[in-house]
Ligand binder design. Structure first.
Ligand SMILES: [Ca+2]
Ligand SMILES: [Ca+2]
Length: 433
């Protein structure tokens, strides 16, 4: 599924539809470019933008033992004073720390945003490692560039190993908040959390919601948590409620927060801004990285396979061939690639910004290779090409601004925007279906 294109950043002019025309005509190459919009960030992990007309970008920095939100203003200035700072366990390049940001779609009016972070070691722990925490910030002035207002812990998830903490959060269909959580960590999911839908006790501590995609109604806190609301106490107040159409509502032995399961470490995922389809980058074990897809209309199978399968391959129990999803009745990835081409997938976005060449394409990266890959959604498996000539980077994350521009977050400290020559319809071999 991987096509090598030597000059995939360059495009022929629109009148030259054929490759022969491109090759034989002395046309001026037009490029999709990566424009650096910020540099010098410390361990950036996430980017989001409020839909408030301000033109601002909010970037999460994962500094040593401290997570920060920084603002890039509409003029492109990285503001010196952080928007918000919180103590964490973690740091640059770590899987712990401040990992996610989601801004309420009505931020302009309600000033509300959410962050995820690994709790500081000084906090009490539910598990044997610092908790993974979701907090809500409500800014008293949504237009302010330094946060002032109230903050509340919404949900704490107990953790057992330092790695695989997911951490991506996003508003999505239904205006619910979605949170991608890793399988707890270590390697090979030793406690088999990925396939476990309820609480599980290990060494006297209860663990839940690991290896899942959660779906939470954070706009409607409850005075009486549901009996199967694993992150809250039954009948007690909670800062979120369970959407009435979540898959396990009312089930006594399955956590109500769960939407999808069988994920290993969903490291970056997004909803298609045009239709609400979900695309997940799920980091593999030692052999296969994968991209998963869930159409917004899908209500069926919500088991994405781990640790029965690693990509299309058998993991536990072992087996040969690529029939694992079929034989285990789990959802097969739409893309998988081996560790010959990377080591840790970074999910991106289906592009719907101003660059014509990228319309409807799914862009993703790999934290090890730093490749920018451009996939064509459709019938699985999706084909993709790797852009050439992109800056050397560790592709940690992607983010969109309010009008759909796409940015890639380099773990080394840079933010780049995908730009193009304009709105011409330009053809390039390898990008067509
Ligand atoms: Ca963990
Ligand atoms: Ca899978």
């Amino acid at each position: 599924m991987r096509n090598s294109i030597a000059t995939s950043l360059f495009f022929c002019l629109p009148l030259l539809f054929s490759e022969a025309g491109c090759a034989s005509s002395p046309v001026t190459p037009q490029a999709v470019t990566l424009t650096q919009v910020a540099t010098g960030l410390s361990g950036p992990t996430a980017l989001a933008a409020p839909n408030d007309g301000s033109g601002r970008l909010f970037v999460v920095e994962n500094k040593s033992s401290q997570g920060r939100v920084r603002i890039i203003d509409a003029a492109g200035n990285l503001l010196t004073t952080p928007y918000y700072t919180h103590a964490t366990t973690g740091g640059p390049g770590s899987e712990q720390g401040m990992l996610g940001i989601a801004i309420d779609p009505d931020f302009a009016n309600n000033g509300t945003l959410y962050l995820t972070y690994t709790a500081p070691s000084s906090d009490p722990e539910l598990g044997s490692e610092p908790d993974q925490v979701l907090i809500r910030l409500v800014a008293s002035n949504p237009a302010a560039n330094v946060f002032a207002g109230t903050e509340q812990v919404v949900l704490r998830i107990p953790d057992i190993y330092s790695n695989h903490n997911g951490g991506g959060i996003s508003f999505g269909p239904g205006n619910y908040l979605y949170w991608g959580m890793g399988d707890g960590g270590s390697g090979g999911d030793p406690q088999a959390f990925g396939q476990n839908l309820w609480k599980k006790t290990v060494n006297g501590k209860s663990y839940y919601l690991l290896g899942k995609m959660l779906r939470l109604d954070v706009r409607n806190p409850t005075s009486s948590a549901a009996a199967n609301q694993c992150g809250a106490s039954s009948g007690q107040p909670a800062q979120y409620s369970i959407p009435s159409d979540n898959p396990y509502v009312g089930e006594s032995d399955k956590c109500g927060e769960i939407w999808l399961y069988g994920l290993r470490n969903p490291w970056r995922w997004s909803f298609d801004r045009n239709n609400g389809d979900l695309v997940i980058g799920d980091v593999g074990q030692n052999a296969w990285e994968e991209i998963d897809f869930r159409a917004h209309t899908e209500t069926g199978n919500n088991n994405y396979g781990w640790k029965l399968c690693e990509g299309n391959h058998y993991y536990s129990p072992s087996g040969s061939g690529t029939t694992c999803p079929a034989t285990t009745n789990t959802v097969a990835p739409v893309i998988e690639y081996s560790h010959n081409d990377g080591c840790s997938v970074t999910g991106g976005y289906v592009y719907h910004g101003p660059v014509a060449e990228l319309q409807g394409k799914y862009l993703f990266s790999d934290a090890c290779s730093g490749d920018i890959n451009v996939a064509t959604p459709g019938t699985a498996p999706w084909s993709y090409t790797t852009m050439s000539g992109t800056p050397s980077m560790s592709g940690y994350s992607f983010g969109e601004d309010a009008i759909g521009n796409l940015y890639v977050v380099d773990g080394g400290g840079e933010i780049y925007r995908f730009d193009g020559p304009g709105n011409d319809i330009i053809f390039q071999d390898g990008f067509e279906s």
